[in-house]
Design a protein around this ligand. Structure first.
Ligand code: NIG
Ligand code: FE
Length: 415
């Protein structure tokens, strides 16, 4: 007797399952072998995957209400973007122009621009306008293949505005696909420049308890960086987060190497993000830990840097490497994950298949949802992408266009 399915996707030239090997994120050589079924097919029922195999196997096994023909193109798991700052309200193209003319990100920040400029703009924007921006950004990300997304606060920088940012991140989450992170320690805001200890107390004693009490975030992040928050300040904030049940993430070793990766491991953080300047000791620490190395090559690119995170060394050392957009109005103004796949291949030296695995299966582990999304396997959520690419290498190679033909989210076709 054939089994019932709601949807059968058939005739994938390559079905990239990302389901190969043992549990957990893919490390080392395994990142390049995440599992590909030629002539593949997927069956879904409700919001779950119920069958994965060849087209011949699944058409014999299932009778489906609807069949979609991938028509000899690649099918892959919905992309997981594990690091965004997408609730920002207003953009910073003025700073972009300054950077085009030679100013650096740090110079602009030191002159009062950067995150502080965004914070002033955020505070001067209505809730409705911020919500509209966040909704539109999330929608575009989905249409480019991002079915699960992490969203940080960090442009409010007051208790009220940080709570608002997280509340808006919740409001754009209609199906449980937005994982929220509190990033009150993104920068010391204008009002606290002469009393940074006071601001850190506010983060620890007022913001974190309020975020936890209202269940507005699962993670707490800190921008641990020269001229922003120190290692010790990060430890203080992490201790407050732990007291209130928030797991840690760390913006680590982005612009200057300050031992951020080692600190993230010491804190048991779920991820250490950026890592452009990670040290050998940092790579060593990450490789022996469960902390995921979230690389953001779109940020190196957008900041005009020639230097990228040492991804190849990290993969060879056994670090679990993931990719994210870092979508934000300052250092990476894109919500398109396909752009990041291309930059990851060119800037980080990843193979196309490694980049895909890093932005699906491994990315899911960077936000604690690796048992739910990021791969095509029975029991996982029915998030999958039918592309217009005849093989997986075309996805990063032919850049600057949207390769998504059909985005299937929770078993439903998005249009
Ligand atoms: O991830 N590094 C800290 N935060 C962002 C930049 C935010 C901004 O410039 O608005 C980042 O690069
Ligand atoms: Fe970031």
């Amino acid at each position: 007797m054939p089994e019932p399915a709601d949807l059968l996707v058939v005739n994938a030239s390559e079905l990239v399952t990302c389901a190969a090997g043992a549990e957990g994120p893919l490390r080392g050589d395994d990142l390049a072998a995440p599992g590909i079924i030629e002539g593949g097919a997927v069956a879904t029922r409700g919001d779950r995957i119920v069958g994965v195999g060849t087209t011949a196997e699944l058409t014999a096994r299932f009778v489906a209400t609807q069949t979609l023909d991938a028509d000899g193109c690649v099918v892959l798991p919905g992309i997981v973007d594990p690091h965004t700052h997408l609730v920002f309200g207003r953009t910073r193209e003025d700073e972009f122009e300054l950077r085009c003319l030679g100013s650096t990100y740090e110079e602009i920040a030191a002159a009062g621009g950067g995150i502080r400029a965004s914070s002033r703009r955020f505070q001067a924007t209505s809730r409705d306008d911020i919500l509209a921006q966040a909704q539109a950004t999330r929608r575009r990300a989905l249409l480019h293949g991002t079915t699960t997304i992490e969203v940080k606060s960090g442009y409010g920088l007051s208790t009220e505005s940080e709570l608002l940012a997280l509340e808006i991140a919740g409001a754009i989450d209609d199906r449980g696909d937005v994982v929220r992170t509190f990033l009150g320690a993104h920068e010391v805001p204008d009002a606290w420049r002469d009393d940074r200890e006071g601001y850190i107390r506010l983060v620890c004693e007022e913001m974190i308890p309020a975020v936890a009490a209202r269940r507005l975030a699962q993670f707490c992040d800190v921008f641990c960086e020269q001229h922003v928050f120190t290692q010790d300040e990060t430890r203080t904030i992490a201790a407050a987060a732990a007291r209130h049940g928030l797991a840690m993430k760390v913006h680590a070793d982005e612009l200057a190497g300050t031992g951020g990766a080692e600190l993230a491991v010491e804190l048991g953080a779920v991820s250490a993000d950026h890592l452009m300047q990670v040290s050998d000791a940092g790579i060593d620490a990450l490789s022996g830990s469960d902390t995921i190395a979230v690389l953001l090559p779109g940020t190196s690119f957008f900041l005009g840097m020639r230097h990228f995170a040492p991804a190849r060394r990290m993969i060879d050392a056994g670090c679990a490497v993931a990719l994210a957009t870092d979508c934000n109005p300052g250092s990476s103004m894109t919500e398109n994950p396909q752009a990041v796949l291309t930059i990851a291949c060119i800037g980080l030296g990843l193979r196309p298949i490694e980049a895909i695995a890093a932005m699906t299966r491994n990315a899911a582990f960077a936000i604690g949802v690796g048992d739910e999304v990021g791969r095509l396997e029975p029991g996982y959520r029915a998030d999958l992408l039918i592309t217009d690419c005849a093989n997986h290498r075309l996805l990063p190679y032919h850049h600057g266009v949207n390769h998504m033909r059909t985005v299937i989210h929770h078993g439903d076709t998005v249009s």
